[in-house]
Design a protein around this ligand. Structure first.
Ligand SMILES: NC(=O)c1ccc[n+]([C@@H]2O[C@H](COP(=O)([O-])OP(=O)(O)OC[C@H]3O[C@@H](n4cnc5c(N)ncnc54)[C@H](OP(=O)(O)O)[C@@H]3O)[C@@H](O)[C@H]2O)c1
Length: 243
C-alpha cells in the first residue's frame, strides 16, 4: 500500500504557492498551507476539504512560525516536502526603510526560520525535500530594488549551504532545491523592465517537474538559464550602464 504523501506550503494564498498546492492536491498529497490572508486559505480548503490543512501565519513573526510548523508536523505525522514560497518584493528607488525592513524580515529572517525548521525535521526523519523559491534576482545587484535582490542572493546562498550540508545526513534521502524564476505572471512581477514573462500555469508545471526530479537548482522558464549565464560573467560597470 502506498504511504500518504504530505507537504507544507508557506505562502499558498496566491501566485506560485497557491498553484503548486493545487498540483500537489492533484498528485494526492495532503497539504498544510499558510499565509496571512485567512480568507484565501479558507477558499482553497473549501475546494479540497479532505486534502488541505490551513494555518494562518505571518512569516515575519519567527516565534509564531515555529509554533505553526510544529503544530502542522504533529497533525501530519511525517512531512515529505516543504515549499517556501512566501515573499515580498517592491521597487524602492528612494530606499525607504519600511520597505527595506519588511523585505529583510520576510525574505531573509522568515525564510531562514522556515529553511532551518524544515532541514532539522528532515535530518531527524532522515528523509524530506526542501524547496525554496529564490529568483534570477539572486545573481546580481539592482538599483531599483536593492533589498529584494540582496534577499534573493541570501536565499540562494543559504539553500546552497543546506544542500552542501545534506552530505552529513546518513540516509542520503534529504534533498534541497532552489527554484530561480525570471518573470512569472503574479502580483509579484517587479518593475517596468519585465520581459519573457510566463504564465503561472507554465511556470508551476516546470517548477513541479524540477521538484519531482529533485534538481538542485532550476531556472523558470528554462530559457532564463542563458540570462543567468550572462549575468554571472558580466562586469558590474556594464550592469551600471546597460540596465
Ligand atoms: N512572480 C515572479 O515574477 C517571481 C520571480 C522571481 C521570484 N519570485 C518569488 O516567488 C515567490 C512567490 O511569489 P509570487 O510570484 O507567487 O507572488 P505572490 O502571489 O505575491 O505570493 C506571495 C506569497 O507570499 C506570502 N507572504 C508575503 N508576506 C508574507 C508574510 N509576512 N507572512 C506569510 N506569508 C507571506 C503571501 O501570502 P499573504 O499575503 O496571504 O501572507 C503570498 O502567498 C516569492 O518569494 C517571490 O520572490 C517570483
Amino acid at each position: 500500500m502506498n504511504k500518504t504523501k504530505t507537504a507544507i506550503v508557506f505562502g499558498a494564498t496566491s501566485g506560485i504557492g497557491k498553484k503548486l498546492t493545487e498540483l500537489l492536491v492533484k498528485d494526492n498529497f495532503i497539504v498544510a498551507i499558510t499565509g496571512r490572508r485567512l480568507a484565501k486559505l479558507k477558499e482553497l480548503k473549501a475546494q479540497y476539504p479532505n486534502q488541505i490543512i490551513i494555518k494562518k501565519n505571518d512569516i515575519q513573526q519567527v516565534g509564531e512560525v515555529e509554533i505553526v510548523f510544529n503544530e502542522i508536523v504533529r497533525e501530519l505525522g511525517e512531512v515529505h516536502l516543504v515549499i517556501h514560497s512566501s515573499g515580498v518584493g517592491e521597487v524602492n528607488t528612494e530606499l525607504e526603510w519600511d520597505i527595506e525592513n519588511k523585505t529583510i524580515q520576510t525574505n531573509v529572517v522568515g525564510a531562514t526560520k522556515v529553511y532551518d525548521l524544515a532541514y532539522n525535521l528532515f535530518e531527524k526523519q532522515q528523509f524530506g525535500h526542501l524547496v525554496g523559491i529564490s529568483s534570477i534576482a539572486s545573481l546580481r545587484g539592482n538599483r531599483e530594488a536593492p533589498s529584494y535582490f540582496a534577499s534573493k542572493a541570501y536565499q540562494k546562498s543559504y539553500l546552497e549551504s543546506l544542500y552542501i550540508k545534506t552530505k552529513t545526513i546518513k540516509s542520503k534521502k534529504v534533498y534541497v532545491t532552489d527554484i530561480r524564476p525570471g518573470f512569472i505572471d503574479t502580483a509579484m512581477a517587479l518593475g517596468d523592465g519585465v520581459f519573457w514573462m510566463v504564465t503561472l500555469e507554465k511556470a508551476t508545471k516546470q517548477i513541479y517537474s524540477a521538484i519531482n526530479k529533485k534538481k538542485r537548482a532550476a531556472y523558470i522558464s528554462k530559457r532564463w538559464r542563458f540570462i543567468a549565464w550572462v549575468l554571472k560573467i558580466v562586469p558590474a560597470q556594464l550592469l551600471k550602464i546597460a540596465t
